[in-house]
Design a protein around this ligand. Structure first.
Ligand code: IPE
Ligand code: IPE
Ligand code: MG
Length: 236
């Protein structure tokens, strides 16, 4: 059975190298990365994926040179103004996931507006992790429960984590050749299938997505059970 993942999460890595190899500024790679993302959202929708979560800016990416950080902030502004209305037309609901406290008032208002404008859509839920870190998420969730005087359990944490509105990712893809999570979805990826592509993010096209989907379809997800148990429930 060629299962399509309900939820795909992607570490979109390799924009900088894509640009450097072409003697372009890194910002040009990020811009090209946005084109790849636009196409990826569309292809995921066409293949029946219901949730797409992407890593756009990590808690640690503030350590990059100031001009690169500001080009990424500018790109977020462009995405809000230009891309969100197009996504909305395609039935995409947008959520921004991450710490908004260190973003400017203008950006914060833009994020809230994009979420409100797409709130009625249900073809694909698109989570953009911006100023996000898996450690931040676990800490903010625990702080919230402590403030509310609630016991910290797996169930209560799950309820207040930043991706509480969607099930855990079935498939986590990282492009760019590195085999690490870089603080992405530390909690939610506990049982995700991992797929690493050597393609740089701007080159991750429809065919590359299909390769990842085919690889996913060949996996056996056991969730701690034995293979025999899994195959007997599959035919039952
Ligand atoms: C990923 O591409 C995008 C962000 C981290 C914002 P990179 O910018 O990390 O690209 P490389 O890894 O330097 O090639
Ligand atoms: C992870 O990529 C963050 C995003 C894709 C937004 P990085 O390029 O920041 O990760 P490291 O530094 O190589 O681990
Ligand atoms: Mg990188």
């Amino acid at each position: 059975m060629a299962a399509v993942p309900h939820h795909i999460a992607i570490v979109m890595d390799g924009n900088g190298r894509w640009a450097t190899r072409r003697f372009l500024p890194r910002a040009a790679g990020h811009k090209k990365g946005m084109d790849a993302l636009r196409a990826c959202v569309r292809h995921c929708g066409e293949r029946g994926v219901k949730v797409l979560t992407v890593f756009a800016f990590s808690s640690e990416n503030w350590s990059r040179p100031a001009d690169e950080v500001s080009s990424l902030m500018d790109l977020l502004g462009v995405a809000l103004a230009r891309e969100v209305p197009l996504l909305s037309k395609e039935g995409v609901r947008v959520h921004f996931v991450g710490d908004r406290a260190s973003l400017s008032d203008k950006v914060r208002a833009g994020l809230a507006q994009a979420e409100a404008a797409t709130a009625g859509n249900d073809r694909l839920t698109f989570n953009v992790c911006f100023n996000y870190g898996g450690r931040w998420d676990i800490a903010q969730a625990a702080t919230r429960l402590a403030t509310e005087g609630e016991a910290i359990t797996e169930t209560s944490l799950k309820r207040v984590m930043a991706l509480a509105h969607v099930p855990d990712p079935d498939l986590v893809i990282r492009t760019g050749g590195e085999r690490r999570l870089s603080n992405f979805l530390l909690w939610q990826a506990a049982y995700s299938e991992l797929y690493f592509s050597d393609k740089l993010w701007p080159e991750f096209d429809e065919a590359a997505l299909d390769e990842a989907l085919a690889d996913y379809a060949s996996r056996e997800r056991r969730f701690g059970k034995t293979s025999e148990q899994v195959s007997s429930t599959a035919v039952a």
